[in-house]
Write a protein that binds this ligand. Sequence first.
Ligand code: SF4
Length: 311
Amino acid sequence: MSKVRHIVAFSGGKDSSALAIYLHDPERWRRALGKQGLPPRPPLEEAEYVFCDTGTELAETYDYLDRLEAYLGRPIQRLRANVPPSKPGEPDKTPFDHYLELYGGFLPSPNMRWCTRMLKLKPFEDYIGDDPVISYVGIRADEGEWRVDPETQRKYFQHRKGYISTKPNIKTVFPFIEDGLVKADIYRILDDSGVGRPDYYTWRSRSGCYFCFFQRKSEWVGLLEHHPDLYKRAMEYEKIDPETGERFTWSDAESLAELARPERIAEIKRRTKEREERLRKSRANVTLMEQFFDEVRDLEDSGAGCNICHL
Ligand code: SF4
C-alpha cells in the first residue's frame, strides 16, 4: 500500500495559511497560545503544500504565497486545471476562460458553481490520484452555529461544513477544531510568525478569483479602486441580451457597469459605513476589521463560501 501523503491546500487566505504555519511547529504555537494539555501533535515535516490556481487570482495572493514559501522553507505547488494550449496566434486562455467556453458562456454562480469544481477541486483530486491522503483543512473551532437537538433538546455547536473532496482515499482533518483554535489565535499566528495578513485584507476579506460572485458590494468597489483593470475585465464577462434583455451578470441585482456609477459607489460606501457603525456599537471590544470579517464569515457560514477558495 502507498505511503500516506499529508497535504495542506492553500486558498491564499488567512486560515489555511495560519494552519500551515501552525502545523509546521505545533508545540511552539500551542505554548504561545496557551493551549496546554492537548494530545501530542508532531510537526508536519513531510507535508505537501498546494495552491489551486484558477489563473484569475489577485497579484496580492501570489505575493502572499511567496511570503509563506519563504517562511515554510518549502515550495507551494501551483496546481492548474489541464486545459489545451491555445491555437497559434491566439492569446493564452486562463483555465477559467477555457471552462467558461465549455459551459456555454454561463458565468458561475452560487447555484452553478462549476468554477470551484473544475478549477479547484478537480486539479486537487487529479494531483492526489488514488494515494491515501490526509488533507488538512483550516476551519476554526469558532466557525459554525449553536443548534438544538430536537430529540434531546440539548444545545450543540455545529461546525461549519466545507466544500471539500469526498473521494474515499482522502481523509479530511480539522486541526483548528481539534485543538480549539479561534479567530484571535489565527491572527496571533500570522502576526507573530512575521508572515502577516494578505495585502488585499485592507479592502477585501476573501481569497479567490478577482471576480468571485461571493463578493460583497463593498468588495467590488474595493476591486474597482485597487485594480481598475481587473474590474474592467470582470465587466467584460457580463452580457445583456439586447433583444430579450436577459442578463448574464456576476450579481443578479445589478451589473458591474451599474455598480460603478459614482452615485451607486457613494451609496455602497455609506451603507458599509453605517453597518460598521452598528457593529462597532454592538461589539465595542472587537476591532472594526474583525467585525467586518465576522459579517462576511457569517455569509460564508451559511454555506455561501467554499473552503478550498476562501479559507
Ligand atoms: S473564488 Fe469564487 S469564482 Fe473563483 S473558483 Fe472559488 S467560488 Fe468560483
